[in-house]
Design a binder for this molecule. Sequence first.
Ligand SMILES: [Zn+2]
Length: 223
Amino acid sequence: MSDTIELIRRQVADLHRELVRYRLVVWTAGNVSARVPGEDLLVIKPSGVAYDELTPRNMILCDLDGNVVEGDHAPSSDTAAHAHVYRHRPDVGGVVHTHSTYASAWAARGEAVPCVLTAMADEFGAEIPVGPFALIGDDSIGRGIVETLDGHRSPAVLMRNHGVFTIGKDAEAAVKAAVMCEDVARTVHLARQLGEVQPLPADDIDRLNFRYRNVYGQRPAAQ
Ligand SMILES: [Zn+2]
């Protein structure tokens, strides 16, 4: 049990470096969390600690109501939102939040990123939807994430006037979705500067998304 928690602490600390590497965060904004498999626990970034100072040791272990179980700092101020997602989505093992520039610009306009690129059909399988405006402090952000992504193929939601939340089967998948979300938000923004973007037909989006989920990538050799 403690070995599993140690592993998750290390994964979550390491994945925060990816947010910096892909320029999705500034100062102490943004956070990654992971569910502890098989337990009603999550590991999340401490509040207000610089990215350079994040270590496995100072990650915070919380229960799924957001209460601290183990940790010397306060947990991220977004912990209630992450905890709400884990309570309502047993399939989710990782949650990421950023204010990445291009995606947040779409959120500021309250506009979904239309699915106009094959890479978007692959990773998101749809437009990247907009969730409600919600103030930090209770679980209204978490409710907005869960309600917007319910029945939606996208692992990313643009919370209105705020930023991006992504979900994944684990924390790495949620970080990947956050990286891809910013990348396509940027590309579609640039395309818009020069004219209209061309939507992808719905059945092509379905085909691309199915292939990406089921066929693409390295697969173990047949026995
Ligand atoms: Zn935020």
